[in-house]
Ligand binder design. Structure first.
Ligand code: URA
Ligand code: SF4
Length: 207
């Protein structure tokens, strides 16, 4: 099956991981994407935010959450009392997956499959092992399934503190919706308030 495993270095910190991830060929997603979008932030970050996969802007710029969803996320984090610059931000899948309605037209985000999420898992496991966050904020269903298994349902556990063993380590997690889902919601204001309120649970857990 597809796996990033042979590409993940056994030693070295985030710098070594980030450098190695550039060359990952663990699944077919690297073929059409521009570049690997590895996690960003400090090794000593207390909180790790896990999204789905890079979007169009992230794929171009090579950094996670720098597009519209990222701007909304930063605003919500600040409102909840979490300094975005002190968080480590990453994705369950490190390459942008997309389709085009027509050649040379806009690239439309496509959800990664379970196989692709599983293939990319060793990078997330390595990030967790190096950063050792006190808390993981799970952004949406894909991140939830990647970390907690396919039975994960965001609506059932959002805004609660979970304690689970992940890749052999005891982790505390607060799940919430994906910031992109706020941008697509009919009632954006209500969806945004819901995101902030879940992030406030995370902020209280950290303080
Ligand atoms: N959505 C994600 O899940 N991750 C990003 O980095 C950007 C948008
Ligand atoms: Fe490697 Fe993950 Fe990219 Fe697949 S999506 S090529 S496993 S970094």
């Amino acid at each position: 099956g597809y796996t990033a495993e042979p590409f993940v270095p056994e030693r070295g910190g985030l710098t070594a991981l980030r450098r190695a991830a550039v060359e990952c060929r663990g699944c077919p997603l690297h073929r059409s994407a521009t570049q690997t979008v590895f996690g960003a932030g400090d090794t000593n970050a207390r909180v790790m935010l896990v999204g789905e996969q890079p979007g169009d802007q992230e794929d171009r710029q090579g950094k996670p959450f720098v597009g519209p969803a990222g701007h909304l996320l930063d605003r919500a984090l600040e409102e909840a009392g979490i300094d975005p610059s002190e968080a480590y931000v990453t994705n369950a899948v490190k390459h942008f997956k997309f389709t085009r309605a027509e050649p040379r037209k806009r690239r439309i985000h496509k959800a990664p499959t379970l196989r692709e999420m599983t293939a990319c898992g060793p990078w997330l496991a390595a990030e967790l092992a190096v950063v050792e966050p006190e808390l993981i904020v799970v952004l949406g269903a894909t991140a939830g399934k990647a970390l907690l298994g396919s039975s994960f349902r965001v609506t059932q556990v959002r805004g609660t503190v979970l304690e689970e063993e992940i890749h052999g380590r005891a982790e505390r997690l607060v799940p919430t919706v994906h910031p992109s889902s706020v941008l697509r919601a009919d009632d954006r204001e209500a969806a945004y308030r819901g995101l902030v309120s879940d992030l406030e649970v995370a902020a209280r857990t950290l303080s």
